[in-house]
Structure formats: structure tokens, C-alpha cells
Unconditional design. Sequence first.
Length: 670
Amino acid sequence: MDRIELEKRVEQLNDLLHEYGHAYYVLDRPLVPDAVYDQYMQELLAIEAEHPDLIYPDSPSQRVGGEILSGFGKVEHTSPMLSLSNAFNETDLRDFDRRAREAAGHALTYICELKIDGLAVSLSYENGRFVQGSTRGDGTIGEDITANLKTVRTIPLRLREPATIEVRGEVYMPKRSFAALNASRDEAGEEPFANPRNAAAGSLRQLDPKIAASRHLAIYVYGIGGDGTEYGQDSHSDALDYLDTLGFETNKARERCRSIDEVIQYIEKWSAKRAELDYEIDGIVVKVDAFEDQEQLGFTARSPRWATAFKFPAEEVVTKLLDIDLTVGRTGVVTPTAILEPVRVAGTTVGRASLHNEDLIKEKDIRIGDTVVIRKAGDIIPEVVMPLIEQRSGNELPFEMPDHCPECESELVRMEGEVALRCVNPQCPAQMKEAIFHFVSRNAMNIEGIGERVVDQLYNSGLVRDVSDLYTLTKEQLLTLERMGEKSVSNLLKAIEVSKANSLEKLLFGLGIRHVGEKAATILAEEFGTLHALMEAEEDRLMQIHEIGEKVADAVTTYFGNDDVRDVIHKLEANGLNLMYKGLTVQDLPAEGPFVGKTVVLTGKLSLLTRNEAKEKIESLGGKVSGSVSKKTDLVIAGEDAGSKLAKANELEIPVWDETQLVESLGEKG
Ligand code: IVH
């Protein structure tokens, strides 16, 4: 064969193998006998071996796993990967429904889906080719696990249309594969995985894609990243059907429900049938179907208001409560923890469980020596449900909270209106350690490699007394810590260095100011732009900010009024930490221009800009980009082949521009 013929043949083999693979793995309807598939694959492999330049990145041969990676790169998601609010019972569901209907102003149609218990991933396609896949990470930044995801047979490497699209879904390990994997690990003397979710997550975190390839992972996709309306669908159910036509596997157990009663019936049906499935589900996701309604409902900082996850009740087991331990948290709250006879529940062995506070122990009459029922709240955090009083021998001991801090001996106080007892000594070592631990945590400064054990050592050795000391740590100092080798020290130093550039809201949240959670931190960072501006702000000024109340305003001014705090901040600054907000601030927005305060809808195909570029530019000029046309829309930008949205805009007599007009007006101002 000459070169041209060879290229053609490779192209053809790629096409055929993609087609056959889709039919076999996704549709479960093989088009050809296995032998035919194998024969084509062998032919392709032979050509690729001889002509490596003809290996397409999305060649079906890439599923077996290529080179070993040295690490995972970071990927910023084009729009955040959010999580869902939870519903634990019928009341929660009815509340969700009522709130949603009130906000929408009319009855709603829901779509119910199984909540697959795996790992959320994002898949990016350009012109129909799989280019990048990533984990959810902290929701904004995830890890690039493209090589591992290519090994998942039901992730199409090539779509059936040349779409440029970001798709989200859940990678999971079927129960059968999980059982087989653990059996073989057992045989090899390796630690078995606790549950299919851990096994799936562990497989995707391997640097050697061949391992992932051997693990029989699968995926159900459940949505389109960013604004799903871009692809011409009006509802979530249509979007899922569209994903099917592109060649993805969606879960077919979904159903549209016309009322919350139908939703509840769906949940009851699947609660009963759950065990029959070949994959684990941990609940049911309920989503408002129409995109127009979704948009009206919008989002909170963490999750959409148009969806919720019903969580199946947790598995409960019985064990003995051996003792009650006390821990001091970041804000000085002393929490009692149950020490349990280790027992397996929901996939892991549990030896400790939070008892929350003294009142709860009294209320439930929990005593040391009791036989107790435990479960995992939200399937993660172990808790004591109740003691089995009929099983008491009479030797059980009622528990009394101490009146002094178990760590620093200072007197504990109960703040007005609080059930918790607090150690109010700001120098209490337990609190200082917790503060450091919070500072490095993922949603704060995200310094990987500092766990509780490392914090303990750093603090006890005197190397780190406040968070600013993290930035002066040296290699030699870190090497003196237990179980810290050259490699982990160098990674840790790198992580510390990288964290210096974090945007202000991460630092603000990391400082652990009372009542300042992630959302308030972001609002404050956005509003003030720099830490210094915030530090000088007075309470009145803070209270003028929408969504900042008296409690937060008071906590912020008290915090920055403290000399020790100011001292730490000066040290952070001296060590080169970024103290600025990196997103757009209110001040950055222009005061006037064609887009200020305008709601703009993009529709049809754009050719000069990508959707995202257009959106970002409009937003940077003070506009808001929305997914659906309504009376509130000020302007519609119609690209090629614009359809129903353009028609609606005309019907509502909303101004319509073409892409050239858009680009010209962006040019004027930007
Ligand atoms: S929708 C904006 N649908 O559950 C919310 N999530 O907190 C997008 N999950 O980590 C999520 N099955 O990975 C959605 N059918 C389903 C799901 C599902 C599993 C996971 C998802 C996320 C978590 C929700």
C-alpha cells in the first residue's frame, strides 16, 4: 500500500472499530462477531506499530493504556462542577418541590435518575474527538485523567457528530467487576477495596493507564457542562437523548414525573429494586426538566436549586461503645467522640464516631459500655444512633463533660445560646493545629501532603506555630519529620509554593474567620479585591454588602482588629502570598457600554468566537448571558442556523444581532 492508501485504511479501521465498539459496549447490540472486531483491531495495531505517526490520539487501540505518567496535570473546569442538595425523607422532598414550584410560579415536571455511586468526571470533546477528561477536584479545578479515561470502553473516543462539547458523568465499577477484582487482590495478598466507589476512584488515580484498563470501569453520563441549552435542547431529558445520539451511555432507568407524588413512587420503586442492579446507587437524583425553569430557579453557591439528591437511608449496625474521647476543634469547641469496638458498616471498618455534644449524649442517654446502633451519616461520617437500653448489664457509666480543656487545661465555657463547650484560650495547641489543618485543606489553600499527622509534628516540633510559618519551611526541616522522604518533601514544597498564588477568597476562607465560610469569603473577596481593603473596612461598610449580615461583619472586624492576626498577615505578605482577588470584581466592570446590565442570549452556531469567549467577553463588559429567551432578555445574538430561540426573540420583539455586530461592539469597548 502506498502512503495515501495506508492513511485511508487507518481512517477506515478507526471508523469501523469505533462503530463496532459503540454497538458492542454502549448499545449491547454487536454488529459483527467478535472475531471480525479482533481481526480489524489486529490489522490496525500492526499498521500503528510500523507507523507510529498514524496513531490517532483517539484510536481505539489507545484503550489498552499507553505510557506511564509522572503525575496528573490540573484542569480548570469551564463551569464549576457543583454538587447537589440532599433530601433524606419525604418531608425534605416535599419541601424541595414546594420551594421549586413557588420560585417557578407554576407546576413542574421532574426527571428522576438513579444516583450512581462512583466518581464524577468531565469529558471534553472538540469536533467530535475526545481531547481531555478530568476529575471533579474541588469543583473548579480537577485533575487531568485523560489517559485513564480513554481505557473506559463506554467513553466514546469519537462522537457520532463533530460536536464540541463538555459532558459530565459518573464513572463506576460494576458490582461483578468489583467482586472479581477483590477476589484476585485477596489471592495476591493485596488489601481489598472497601467498595466499588473506592475501587473506581483508585483505578482512575493510577499513573499507569494499563491498570485502569484492566479494571472494567464504565460510565453513565448525566449532563452537559456549562449551559446545556447551547446544543438546541429545551430540557434535560432532551439533552440526555441527545447524548445518546452522540454515542454516550446514559442510564435508561430515568423517568419523567409530573408531580412530587410520582417522584416518591419512583423512589419507592428503585429503593426496592436497588439490589437487582449490577452497580451501586446511593440515591435518586431529582431534576427539574425544562431548562427554562432550571434557569429561573438558578443556583446557590454550591448547588442548583432545580435539583436535589434523595439519599437512601444508611445501613445501621450494632457494636459496643468502649469509651468517650474528647477532641478540641479549630474554634475551641470540645467534641466528644465515641470509641467503638471496630465494626464494618457501609464498606469500611469504623472505630470512632462523633457524639456531637454533651446535650445529645444526655438526651440519648448514651453511656460508656453500652451496646449502640451506629450508621454513617450521608454514608460517610459515622454516628451513634442510640443505645440499646435493654442490653445493659448495669455496669455502664454515664458520661460527664470535663470543665477544663483536655489539651491546655484552661476552663471551658458555654457561650450564650450554644450547646457546645468551648476552650477560649487562643493559644490552645489543639486549636492552633486545627487552624493549620483547615488552612491547608482542599477548599482553602489546597496544599496537598499535609495531613493531621504532619501538622501534629510541625506544630509539636515548633516549626510551624501559625500558618505563615508554612511559607518559611525548608527542605532540611521537613526531612526531619517522620516518614518524609526526599520525594514527598519536594512535592510538599512545590505545593506550598503554588498555593502562594491562590486568589484571595481561598486565603480568606483558609484563615478560618468565624462565620466566614466559602461563600462569604468569595463575596468579600469580590467586593474588596484586596485583603488590605477588607482589613480596613468598618462594620457599617461590611453590612451594606448584600448577603453579609451582622454576625459576619462583626466577626470580620473583630478578627482583623486583633494584633496577632495582623502580624500573621504581614508575615504572609512578606513571604510573597497573593492577597488579591483574581476573578472579576464589581469595580472592574465598566460603568457604561452596550452590555452593562443587559441579559443576553446566544443562540445558533458562532464562527468568529467560541461560545465561551463570547460569554466571557459579554460578562466582562457587565452583561449577563442567559440560556433561554424570555421577556427579561434584552438582546439575542443569533449565529448560523439559529432556531427556536431566534423565533421566540422575534415573537417577543427582542433586538437580534448577528455575530459580526457582536464582535464589532466588543471591539469598541474591549
Ligand atoms: S447531576 C449540578 N445526576 O452525585 C449537579 N449527579 O452531588 C450535577 N451523581 O458528584 C449532578 N449520579 O457525580 C447527577 N444521575 C446523576 C448522578 C449524579 C451520580 C453524582 C455526581 C455528583 C453527586 C451529586
